[in-house]
Each structure stands twice: as structure tokens, then as C-alpha cells.
Design a protein around this ligand. Structure first.
Ligand SMILES: *Cc1c(COP(=O)(O)O)cnc(C)c1O
Length: 362
């Protein structure tokens, strides 16, 4: 299926676009276009189109609004040194989008169609891809139920869309260690639940814990496993890494994908990049006590979180109901920053791409 191009007849003047891109924040400024593809049992995916960005009206009984059959993805397009534009591992996002769709009883968008939709939007709005350091064009593919009705069952109609926004660093203040709150009251995901799917409902359920973290004076919430409230899972919407030791002999550990963690593409890329650099990489279990003890006796030297939006963010301090401690000396560690640079350099075309992760669009 090819997308019908219906671009705006009144493109934004360059000066106005530059003004909007000057201080974009995160997810507040959108480009001039969007992509939409609809799905019905018959004829399947249809009416793929690129149109001007803008609102549309929905029926108040549209199923998504009531039962949250809704999934999304997040990836970025980066300006390369030669002026071209590339995304990072878009087929991995396409595959994860299919996995999320299966879990939420939604139709799977073919991977080629997912990538073509993203590419088409980036090609059309390429002038919106920033070239400043730490800036990029964030892409938000998502899909939601469009059937009208209140019966509880999978919708028989869906809409897939892609939006794009120029963004700067996710956390205000740049690469600065964050403080985290270990949530024992609330969990993000439970065995058999939707933790491994990138679905809207996971985020809705997480907001109260994030608010609690803020009340405790912390930047982010760290999620523990639902059964024992003992094993570290994730931080907010990012995966976590623990560094043991230092220098070339360091070991890098990330919680394994138990089914209640979101399989991050940044997480996966860092497993590879760390191994490429000779570090020992491990997927395993780490408990709250292991973390606290490891920081107390110095065996855990660095902790960082990773995800598309913020790339890598150091964790500087930890607080729970009965303890608080500092990670290392509370500043960004050398391995954290080495891996961050290695990943960003591949994404932005400043380094070789030995794993074929860059996907050049224009
Ligand atoms: C999206 C997401 C991540 C990070 O995934 P990336 O593919 O690295 O961006 C981690 N945890 C949660 C809960 C997420 O939603």
C-alpha cells in the first residue's frame, strides 16, 4: 500500500518554523504533517495518507476513550554530518509495535508499512529535523481503537498515525544525575500483565507513583517487581543499568526481560555496545538490598537509565521508605558517559555504524 500525499498548500515560512524550533522542549511543537492509516477487518489496512497536522473529531463512544486499546512507539530522526537524515533501528520499533498489538488484541501493522509511514513523514518534514547538539526529530507512531460502542471486546476498527516533533534533551538541565524514589506502594506491571507492551494504560497507571516520587523530592520513580517488591525492574519509562567495578574489567548488568519489563531498544543497543568495548555484560536480577549494599561497599560504581527520549541518564541518589543513599559519588560515571557518547555518535553519524543500525531516509 502506498501513502497518498496530501501536503499542506500553505507551508510555514522558514522564519516561523525557525522560531518554533528555537526552544522546542519535548513533545510540545509538532511539524506540519502527519500520517494516518485506517484498519477494518475488510479490507485490512487502507486509506494511508499524509495530510497537514491537525485535529479530527471522534465519537464520544469511541472505544479507546473507554477501554484504552491504545499502543505507541517512540523513535528519533537525527541530522547527520553530511546533512542527510537517519532514524535508528526503526525495524526494531516496528517489531515491538507488532508485539504490543498482539498483547492488546489489535491488528499487526506490517513492519514495512510502519517504516514507510515514518520515512514518508520525515521526508516531507525534513526541514524540521534540528541540527543542534542533543536535538532531534522525535517520531510518535501510535494506534488506537476507533469502533463506536461500549461493549467490552476488541474493537473492529483501528487507526494508526505518526506525528513528529523537534525536541531537545528530555530532562531539563541536560545530562544531570537524577534522584529516584523506590516505589513499594505502586507497581507498574505484574506477571501476565501488559508490562512488556508499550501501551497507553501502563503510563496512566504510573502517574500517581511519579507524583509520589516528586512529593519525596525525587525526579523519577523506580519500579519493583509486583510479587515481592524486591527486584529492580525499571525507572519511569526507561530501562536501568548497573556498573560493577571500573575500567576495562567492569561488568554491566541490566534486569532481565521477565515479561513485566519493557524491552527497550536503547537497552538492547547498549548490551551490544558495552560488549563491543570489552565489558562483561549480564542480564540478571538485582534486588533493592543488592543495590544499597553495592553502593555502600563500593562494588556498584555507576547506575544509569536508558531510553530513546533521554538516551542515557545517570542515577545519582536513591530514596525509599526506609533508606536513602548516594550512587558512587553522585555524579555521572565514566562508563555511563562513554556508552552515552558511543551511542549518540552512531545515531548522529559521527561514528562508524558496525551493526547497521542507521536507516537513512533523505
Ligand atoms: C519506551 C520505554 C522504554 C525504553 O525503550 P526504548 O526503545 O529504549 O526507547 C523503557 N521502559 C518503558 C516503560 C518504556 O515505555
Amino acid at each position: 500500500m502506498s501513502l497518498v500525499l496530501q501536503p499542506t498548500t500553505q507551508p510555514l515560512p522558514d522564519a516561523e518554523r525557525a522560531a518554533r524550533m528555537a526552544k522546542p522542549g519535548f513533545g510540545r511543537v509538532f511539524t506540519e504533517h502527519m500520517v494516518t492509516i485506517d484498519w477494518n477487518a475488510e479490507p485490512g489496512w487502507h486509506d494511508g495518507r499524509l495530510t497537514p497536522y491537525g485535529p479530527f473529531s471522534v465519537d464520544p463512544a469511541m472505544m479507546t476513550l473507554h477501554y484504552a486499546q491504545s499502543i505507541f512507539e517512540g523513535l528519533k530522526a537525527y541530522r547527520q554530518p553530511d546533512g542527510s537524515v537517519a532514524t535508528f533501528r526503526p525495524y526494531a520499533n516496528a517489531a515491538r509495535f507488532q508485539a504490543s498489538a498482539r498483547r492488546l488484541a489489535m491488528p499487526e501493522l506490517p513492519q514495512e508499512m510502519f517504516v514507510e509511514a515514518v520515512d514518508t513523514l520525515v521526508r516531507q518534514d525534513q526541514s524540521w529535523v534540528p541540527s543542534e547538539q542533543e536535538q532531534s526529530l522525535y517520531l510518535r507512531p501510535f494506534m488506537f481503537a476507533t469502533e463506536v460502542g461500549l461493549g467490552v471486546r476488541p474493537s473492529n476498527a483501528f487507526r494508526f498515525m505518526v506525528l513528529a516533533c523537534p525536541v531537545e534533551g528530555y530532562f531539563p538541565g541536560g545530562v544531570k544525575p537524577v534522584s529516584v524514589w523506590l516505589s513499594k506502594e505502586y507497581v507498574r506491571a505484574a506477571p501476565g500483565g501488559t508490562g512488556a507492551a508499550k501501551c497507553a494504560g501502563n503510563y496512566a497507571a504510573s502517574l500517581i507513583a511519579q507524583a509520589q516520587a516528586a512529593e519525596q523530592g525525587c525526579d523519577q520513580v523506580v519500579w519493583l517487581d509486583a510479587n515481592e517488591r524486591r527486584w529492580i525492574e525499571e525507572m519511569g519509562g526507561m530501562n536501568l543499568y548497573f556498573v560493577r567495578g571500573s575500567g576495562p574489567g567492569a561488568t554491566i548488568l541490566t534486569p532481565s526481560l521477565t515479561g513485566s519489563l519493557l524491552p527497550g531498544i536503547t537497552r538492547d543497543s547498549l548490551l551490544q555496545l558495552a560488549a563491543d568495548r570489552g565489558y562483561t555484560v549480564e542480564e540478571g536480577k538485582i534486588s533493592v538490598d543488592d543495590w544499597r549494599q553495592g553502593n555502600a561497599d563500593g562494588t556498584i560504581t555507576e547506575v544509569f537509565a536508558c531510553g530513546t527520549a533521554a538516551v542515557i541518564t545517570p542515577v545519582g541518589s536513591v530514596k525509599s521508605a526506609d533508606a536513602s543513599w548516594t550512587v558512587g559519588d553522585g555524579t555521572a560515571g565514566p562508563i555511563t558517559m562513554e556508552l552515552r557518547r558511543a551511542l549518540v555518535d552512531i545515531q548522529t553519524g559521527k561514528a562508524e555504524d558496525p551493526h547497521g543500525w542507521r536507516h537513512t531516509i533523505v
